[in-house]
Design a protein around this ligand. Sequence first.
Ligand code: ZN
Length: 117
Amino acid sequence: MEAAGISGSVSVDDQRSFIKIETLRGKNLTEIHSALREVCDMARGQQKIQSQQKNAKKQAESKKKHGHDQKAAAKAALVYTCAICRTQMPDPKTFKQHFESKHPKTPLPPELVDVEA
Ligand SMILES: [Zn+2]
């Protein structure tokens, strides 16, 4: 009995017992070998799918993490919030310019008085 060329997660012993059972059932060796190949291909295909799923998950996680980082960074950069219109600005200079142009009738917040715009 030849089981050469058939590999995968099915052991040689498994293949031998499979061949024995199938021979007893009246199947010829060619039928048994093609059935065995199918099993092995399925096992290999399964491994491939699992690996693809693993990669996809990894990529999704990396994307998610990256996206989250960008969001957090963008949020951290916008540290000045206009008390009048709730617009967020990255620095006091921009905030003061915004305040003077958008809310000229409103007195400057004390933290902006000393800022050079
Ligand atoms: Zn404003």
